[in-house]
Design a protein around this ligand. Structure first.
Ligand code: FMN
Length: 348
């Protein structure tokens, strides 16, 4: 039977977060506390997807979501653009700057291959970021009892998601950490807040709306549920949980550098994403970047080096605008706190 978001014991979806953050332990702990635990499988191989789903399913019988990016066909730009994108990174003066090379095709994993292990493991939910999945995928999910959600940043995207037959829409406000889920990143961004977008979509759409962006506690969640949201999707709030795969230096910045602004940057991946400002985002402001996700592959060695050397100035520190309210505790404790805060907000 297909999951109905209205019947979640706790209307909380732990956001998918690609890049090793959403471990099976994190996902299972959220699911075991009545929410939905999500994997960010955007860049994962089918083997990794299969292993992670099996590991989480061994730890929980609760609701699991598998999330993927909708990559658009992309080509390398001309030689001079490539040279200047490469030169920008090489002048960073790292120990081994020659480690940067222009990526070659294929530039991203093949969605149909990535979905194979999903059809076998049948998690409760499947969600997509950056656009609609290819024709037939939503019907295939439904035939297996899997509910489908897609991120929207505007009313027009939400209406397209509804027409495509998805079960729910994730309304991503401008406060959200990580990649902006706009279908066409070069189109004008309406930059609606989570509250504005959620309210608009509840009014204009017929399917459940999940609010995402800047939601850090039970009172934030209850405020959106009162407006008619069916659930809330929280990413940043889970980054410092014991079970999350967030690098220690990244967590340290989130917990101790709370005067830092967050910025929208395409320096790391070639598409806009929100994270803490650091030396790399500042340095890259006027530099050439390659298209998404080629820039992501190009900067991979930099991010790996920075993580291994505990240098958060050159890591992508994705976080929403409300990150200063982050809590460092076990996932189970955070879920319990969210539950009691929601109850307290209902009584207030
Ligand atoms: C570290 C990080 C990684 C993210 N990666 C993904 C992803 O792989 N897929 C996705 O749909 N959303 C991703 N997001 C966006 C979340 O789904 C969600 O919109 C966002 O976390 C909500 O804002 P908040 O971080 O303020 O809670 C990511 C967010 C963060 C913070």
């Amino acid at each position: 039977m297909m999951i109905e978001l209205t019947r979640l014991a706790l209307p909380v979806i732990q956001a998918p977060m690609a890049g090793g953050i959403t471990t099976p332990q994190l996902v299972a702990a959220v699911a075991n506390h009545g929410g939905v635990g999500s994997f960010g499988f955007a860049y994962s191989s089918p083997e990794k997807i299969q292993a992670d789903l099996a590991a989480a399913q061994a730890l929980t019988r609760g609701f699991i979501n598998a999330n993927f990016f909708i990559f658009n066909p992309v080509r390398l730009p001309n030689d001079s653009v490539q040279a200047s994108a490469l030169a920008a990174l090489r002048c960073l003066d790292l120990d081994d700057a020659q480690v940067f090379t222009i990526p070659t095709a294929p530039f991203y994993p093949h969605l149909i291959d990535q979905l194979e292990p999903v059809w076998k493991a049948r998690p409760a939910m499947l969600s997509f970021h950056f656009g609609l999945p290819p024709h037939g995928i939503i019907a295939q999910a439904h035939a297996l009892g899997i509910s489908v959600g897609v991120t929207a940043t505007s009313l027009s995207e939400a209406l397209a998601i509804q027409v495509a037959g998805a079960n729910f829409i994730i309304a991503q406000g401008i406060e959200a950490g990580g990649h902006r889920g706009q279908f066409d990143w070069q189109a004008k961004d309406e930059e609606l807040s989570t509250r504005e977008l959620t309210t608009l979509l509840i009014k204009k759409c017929r399917i459940p709306i999940v609010a995402a962006g800047g939601i850090m506690n039970g009172s934030d969640i209850q405020a959106l549920l009162t407006r008619g949201a069916t659930a809330a999707q929280l990413g940043t709030a889970f980054l410092c949980c014991e079970e999350s795969g967030t690098a220690p230096s990244y967590q340290h910045y989130l917990l101790t550098q709370q005067d830092r602004p967050t910025v929208m940057t395409k320096a790391f991946s070639g598409r806009y994403a929100r994270g803490l400002e650091n030396s790399f985002t500042r340095f890259m402001q006027d530099q050439t970047t390659l298209p998404f996700p080629i820039q992501n592959t190009l900067t991979g060695p930099l991010r790996q080096w920075a993580t291994a050397s505990n240098d958060a100035e050159f890591q992508s520190l994705w976080a929403g605008t409300a990150y200063a309210h982050i809590r460092s505790m076990s996932t189970g404790d955070l879920m319990q706190q969210l539950r009691s805060e929601i109850e307290a907000a209902k009584r207030a």
